[in-house]
Design a protein around this ligand. Structure first.
Ligand code: PLP
Length: 291
């Protein structure tokens, strides 16, 4: 049975040159792949994966989709938006307890009509399994949905045939897995965000299931700092640098870390920075939202 992805945005996303940032970092050519502009729900990398996971949910006859995440999960926000777009109900199971004031992504989850279940300190998967509806995995990542980033890798090669390197934030791993499946492991530079304890084994596992040899995965684990929800000085500097050279806004959890990784170890040649979205998270981050 072949399940065809449900279109949720307009493709391809733009590939834009970033000459002032390139000069600042001493990179020959730097391009920004604007997956933050992937139409639906404020955009971001989760849209490409949701095209696949939502197709599976519809195929399974679901009326409601359920997914899990951190309170500022971009995946949760985009799942709520995708559910609205295709006419399904949505339940989001989030870690911890309801904050006094919903900010950032949480505000958007509510606008999109999602039902939010706070898991406290219970395991998210367990609470999700107790909900009625079709469960989309953490981060929307599976070997099937990673195909969304095989699609993206094809787009990039079409836009930039002599690509040398892609730099991308790593959370649940599906985005990097899809890129590696199509581009090979030597051209993809992942920057870990601390969302999962062992990203290498998760991505290797996904690639195995996709039937692609893993090779030697390149993952920078130096940008996590004191943990997923924290802000490091190098990430703060990276947010400012991107904004002040290119008018490009990044988020403190994912793209800010990826940019900090790019600044620390700039690859050579034709380099693509994958902008995976996430800006609403800036407005929900304790270091920025004043909470
Ligand atoms: C989820 C997310 C990522 C990481 O993608 P994964 O496929 O989960 O590794 C990167 N950037 C942003 C903004 C995200 O929301």
């Amino acid at each position: 049975m072949t399940i065809r992805p449900i279109p949720l945005a307009t493709w391809p996303t733009p590939l834009e040159p970033a000459p002032r940032l390139a000069q600042e970092l001493g990179i020959e050519q730097l391009w920004i792949k604007r997956d933050d502009l992937s139409g639906l729900g404020g955009g971001g990398n989760k849209v490409r994966k949701l095209q696949y996971t939502c197709a599976q949910a519809v195929e399974a006859g679901a009326n409601r989709i359920v997914t899990t995440g951190a309170p500022q999960s971009n995946h949760a926000r985009l799942t709520a938006a995708a559910a609205a777009r295709i006419g399904l109900d949505c339940t989001l199971v989030l870690t911890g307890n309801a904050p006094e004031t919903p900010r950032g992504n949480l505000l958007l989850d509510d606008l999109a009509g999602a039902r939010i279940v706070w898991a406290g300190d219970q395991p998210l998967d367990q609470v999700a399994a107790q909900q009625e509806g079709y469960v989309i995995p953490f981060g929307g990542t599976s070997a099937f949905s990673a195909q969304g980033y095989v699609d993206c890798a094809q787009e990039i090669l079409h836009q930039l045939p002599d690509l040398d390197a892609v730099v991308v934030a790593v959370g649940s791993g599906g985005t990097m897995a899809g890129l590696v499946a199509h581009l090979g492991s030597t051209r993809v530079y992942g920057v870990d965000t601390g969302a999962v304890p062992d990203p290498v084994s998760i991505i290797s596992g996904l690639l195995d299931q996709m039937g692609t040899p893993t090779g030697n995965l390149r993952i920078d684990r130096e940008q996590v700092g004191a943990g997923y929800a924290t802000l490091t000085d190098s990430v703060r500097a990276a947010l400012k640098l991107a904004a002040r050279t290119e008018g490009l806004f990044l988020d403190p959890t994912y793209t800010g870390r990826a940019m900090a990784g790019l600044c620390a170890n700039p690859p050579r040649g034709n380099v693509v920075f994958l902008h995976t979205g996430g800006l609403p998270g800036l407005f929900g981050h304790p270091a920025f939202s004043g909470s």
